[in-house]
Design a protein around this ligand. Structure first.
Ligand SMILES: C[S@@+](CC[C@H](N)C(=O)[O-])C[C@H]1O[C@@H](n2cnc3c(N)ncnc32)[C@H](O)[C@@H]1O
Length: 365
């Protein structure tokens, strides 16, 4: 069947259809702690919600959960959600916000986290001094890294890590770890750059405590490659893989290696001392390479062929929309494409024009 047999639903601004306005996004989901993260769908949540509302599902899987924003949206929609990502730091965020229904960081836990009386390792200070942050920030990170491990409850640990990751991102001028040394040229006076990481952390503990919610379902978070996830009966799979970019690259480790290392105190993730920003090894994903991407989509659609598939995609990715539709039609009787103009606020001013794209939600049933 040719790709043109599929239905395309262009985006209609809400106020042009007053009588048919879509249900508003759950309040909680709109307050989800946004992280500056490549490919985050936080700003597209109202549209994604509108599309998901048209589908019949009780259980959902988000195997590329990233910041967890879409998994959390589905959680607040009352669905049982499984969130997963191959990055450890992302899966910890999902553990804190998706899997965790009830646990908070109480005063006692926070006191324990801030305790400086125990002697701490100094790996972070030794490795990253002069690369990222101040010496005071690095010492705090060494100290809290040891203290997090003393918390009894895995969900408390995950909450503390999430608060720490968001603090580190806020304190890093461009929100990525590709630049080091003197970054004063990016200092536009914003408050986020004036607070220490410890001050940020105290604020972020409150933010993540507020994000804890119980939707009455047993939700789960995993760290896994999408192809290694166990096959389980699931009604709907939301897929948001990286896509081969027309220019640049899409490597998450290149941008977020510091958070990934921090998530396990670099245990089993040796630092490449020859690199200026002290990177760790890249994680291979076939979705980043032109020569592997089509096969990867093919295998992924086959893997989830028993579920409804909702694929987030963008007009600047490879393979193109028509090719993806025909791959999906091998497994699905109907394929519907929802589209919306979008502008990614990511990268430098130079890149902004390149970031104007059409976003797609490709729904296979
Ligand atoms: C576009 S982002 C997802 C963004 C997410 N929907 C959000 O709103 O934050 C893609 C995610 O896929 C993850 N990823 C890439 N390749 C993967 C693979 N083979 N298996 C599992 N996760 C993968 C990356 O770590 C990244 O977090």
């Amino acid at each position: 069947m040719p790709a043109t047999a599929s239905v395309v639903v262009p985006f209609t601004p809400k106020d042009s259809e007053p009588d048919d306005a879509p249900a508003a996004i759950p309040e909680r989901a709109s307050r989800y702690p946004e992280m500056r993260y490549m490919g985050s769908k936080k700003r597209l949540l109202p549209w994604i919600h509108e599309v998901l509302e048209t589908l019949d599902f009780e259980t959902a899987l988000d195997p590329f959960s990233g910041t967890g924003s879409v998994a959390y949206l589905m959680k607040t929609m009352g669905r049982r959600v499984v969130a997963s990502d191959f990055l450890n730091f992302s899966s910890l965020v999902a553990k804190a916000t998706i899997e965790n229904n009830r646990t908070h960081l109480d005063g006692k836990a926070v006191k324990q986290l801030l305790d400086r009386s125990r002697s701490a390792h100094s790996f972070i200070e030794d490795t990253f001094n002069g690369v990222f942050y101040t010496r005071e920030d690095l010492q705090f990170l060494d100290s809290i890294s040891g203290n997090i491990r003393l918390l009894q409850h895995p969900h408390q640990q995950a909450l503390a890590f999430s608060a720490l990751f968001r603090s580190c991102l806020k304190r890093q001028p461009r929100g990525v770890f590709t630049l080091s040394g003197d970054l004063s040229r990016y200092d536009d006076g914003r408050r986020d750059l004036r607070l220490t990481i410890e001050e940020h952390f105290l604020e972020q503990v409150e933010v993540y405590n507020a994000a804890v919610c119980d939707n009455g379902r047993r939700n789960l978070a995993y760290r896994s490659d999408v192809f290694e996830l166990p096959k389980k009966a699931i009604d709907l799979v939301y897929l948001d893989p990286p896509y081969v970019p027309r220019a640049d690259d899409n490597c998450y480790i290149k941008r977020y290696h510091f958070l990934e290392g921090l998530s396990c105190y670099w245990q089993g993730m040796p630092v490449d001392q020859t690199t200026k920003v002290k990177k760790i090894a890249k994680k291979h994903t076939p979705f980043n390479y032109r020569r592997n991407a089509v096969d990867a989509f093919e295998r992924m659609f086959a893997k989830f062929s028993n579920s409804q598939i909702v694929l987030s995609y963008s007009s600047n990715g490879y393979p193109d929309l028509d090719q993806l539709i025909s791959l999906l039609r091998r497994h699905k009787d109907t394929v519907k494409v929802f589209e919306k103009p979008h502008r990614y606020h990511f990268g430098t001013h130079k890149n902004v024009s390149r970031a104007a794209v059409t976003e797609y939600l490709i729904v296979g049933r």
